[in-house]
Design a protein around this ligand. Structure first.
Ligand SMILES: Cc1cc2nc3c(=O)[nH]c(=O)nc-3n(C[C@H](O)[C@H](O)[C@H](O)COP(=O)(O)OP(=O)(O)OC[C@H]3O[C@@H](n4cnc5c(N)ncnc54)[C@H](O)[C@@H]3O)c2cc1C
Length: 339
């Protein structure tokens, strides 16, 4: 199929939702990545089903993204059809303690709507800059919580375009994990259950305190994707969270190209200018291996890597060939903070 025919077919399914030759370096959270051939943003469940069915029938590859706040895109760009779940599918309705929300809703907005309705239980998500679909896929949250515990069910669309519903148990939520990281389904909406707060004002106070704490601890200006490595309870008990382990090795401010370990928080890696995916990958792998050599713990990246073909894979599997040979040499002087 020619590119023109493909675009015409996609535009027929998702009118006004098709964008060609989009710079991932301009739209992604990390401001990294090459050109995406085509990004399609459905505006209804019906459009999403027809889009998936069309992609399957034509044997094309695809990937789903939300706000890209947990993704590192390849420098070579993206040749697969990119389905973006965003503002066009972001409705929310609240009835009693039950919330029905579409996947594209912006999480801080979702948390604010719950606060306005006097519902407690989503305060920990108020500073997470992603979509609800991405949050469910990652079972994201803060303060040792994950959104999964509030989920009653998830409505999703399989690769052939069929709608199905999973209850919470079937979503296999674990620490920053869910079934949606491996089943190829697109989360379209979710039903969630929260508690009514005895004192609604306390929700607002809690959210303001969380936001203040985050803006104090996390870098605000330079593009980043939040925590790069997941916390591991065993390592936590032994030497602390990933940020503390990285900081103890004197790696704050360490950089490869324009990929920089934030001086504010050592588990946040920022794009200090024109970082490439290659720079960021090398930095992540270098830190993983350096911490492993010093502590024996091999940290698990939370960030996921998007290949040219649209596969979303673990950073462990995304190492550029031979990259370990090109790491700058780790120096003891650096570990002592005397660089
Ligand atoms: C400053 C900052 C702070 C952060 N703080 C936190 C935090 O406190 N806690 C936390 O858990 N995370 C945090 N994150 C990471 C990130 O915001 C979360 O993981 C978020 O939930 C990802 O949502 P997203 O829409 O950006 O997903 P994306 O990054 O676009 O995608 C992430 C994964 O979800 C999949 N996905 C996205 N949408 C769907 C969908 N509709 N259906 C199926 N799969 C989908 C993608 O394929 C990908 O595998 C932070 C990020 C930043 C930049």
């Amino acid at each position: 199929m020619s590119q023109d025919t493909l675009i015409a077919e996609l535009s027929n399914i998702c009118p006004a939702g098709v964008h060609q030759n989009v710079s991932l370096a301009q739209i992604s959270r990390w401001r990294i990545g090459g050109i995406a051939d085509v990004i399609v943003e459905p505006s209804s469940l019906d459009e999403l089903c027809r889009l998936r069915s069309f992609i399957a029938q034509k044997g094309l590859s695809s990937i789903v993204i939300g706000d890209t706040s947990n993704l590192l895109f390849a420098d070579e760009g993206l040749r697969a059809i990119c389905i973006r779940m965003g503002r066009k599918m972001s409705s929310i309705s609240i009835s009693g303690d039950t919330v029905m929300a579409q996947a594209g809703i912006w999480v801080p907005h979702f948390a604010r709507r719950l606060m306005q309705a006097g519902l407690t239980g989503a305060e920990h998500t108020c500073g997470i800059p992603g979509t609800l679909g991405g949050l469910i896929c990652m079972n994201g949250g803060s303060q040792r919580k994950g959104i999964g515990s509030a989920v009653v069910s998830v409505t999703a669309v399989d690769p052939e375009g069929r709608v199905f519903t999973l209850d919470r148990d079937a979503c296999l939520f674990g620490y920053r994990q869910s079934v949606f990281q491996g089943n190829g389904a697109v989360v379209a909406a979710s039903k969630l259950l929260f508690n009514r707060a005895p004192k609604p004002e306390s929700i607002r106070r809690e959210m303001l305190s969380i936001l203040r704490e985050r803006s104090r601890k996390f870098p605000r200006k330079q593009p980043n994707c939040g925590s790069v490595f997941k916390s591991n309870p065993e390592m936590y008990a032994d030497i602390g969270p990933p940020g503390a382990a990285i900081e103890k090795l004197g790696l704050k401010n360490y950089r490869i190209g324009d990929a920089l370990i934030s001086p504010c928080h050592a588990n946040f890696f920022v794009n200090a200018g024109k970082a490439s995916a290659d720079d960021m990958l090398r930095l992540i792998l270098y830190v993983r291996d350096t911490v492993c050599a010093a502590t024996g713990y091999r940290m698990e990246p939370e960030i996921r890597y998007v290949t040219l073909g649209g596969q979303v894979i673990s950073i462990h599997n995304a190492a550029p060939p031979g990259s370990f040979l090109k790491y700058p040499r780790y120096s003891k002087r650096l570990a002592n903070g005397k660089s």
